[in-house]
Design a protein around this ligand. Sequence first.
Ligand SMILES: [Zn+2]
Length: 250
Amino acid sequence: MHDIVVDAHSHVYQYSREELEQLLSSKPSFLIVGVGEDFDTSKMVVELAEKYEGRIYPCVGVHPWNIDGGTGEVDDVLSLAMAEQVDCIGEVGLDKKFVIETFDKQVPVFTRFLEYAKENNMVLNIHAAGAWREVFDLLIKHDVSRALFHWYTGPIDLLKDIEYSGYYVSINAAIIIQEKSKRIAEKVPLNIMLLESDGPYNYRGLRLNSRYILEAAGIIGSLRGLTQDEVIRISNENAMSLFNFNTVVS
Ligand SMILES: [Zn+2]
């Protein structure tokens, strides 16, 4: 079994300190990619990444559910990224599934982040619920090279375009109870697959956390004829390629 398992997308600041430290000290332990949802939570993620250096990898962003702060907040988040030398923008993106009424406002905000990521060769940790193709087209349009489609439940036929363009997708630990994730896991090219929890999000009564990734890896393994350990190794290696962690995890 691997000593460290990468969780490619988590809202780390939402855990209690005790719960977070348990995740970071358990066996196996986790290297958690933490995302922000607005300026304040982005700052919290950066602070946690400083405190748990090498174990929490920070991303800063404005979630498409939180765009009310407008472009001023985007400027603040990007200043934070620059000041703290953050290499990842997230959670950002577009959402046509849960907040379609703000879609027109989401696009310019996401575009700002895309332009900034392109200019600074940063990774994007992306929310694209109900807008998978729109997000993909914008990534191509802005010539972005490093991106993760988090909790991928988009069209199967988009996966080959994502692979061809050098992007990645993450399978959420909700695969334990989510049939849609199982359908994706059956088809996803393994060279673009990462694992994530989106913890501590509550999905239909399942309070997600990094530890569920282990069970998820077993399920994906059974769908693909691999061991749990092989699935984790593949995900860890893909995460290394995408994020360029300083900590070696595979
Ligand atoms: Zn999230």
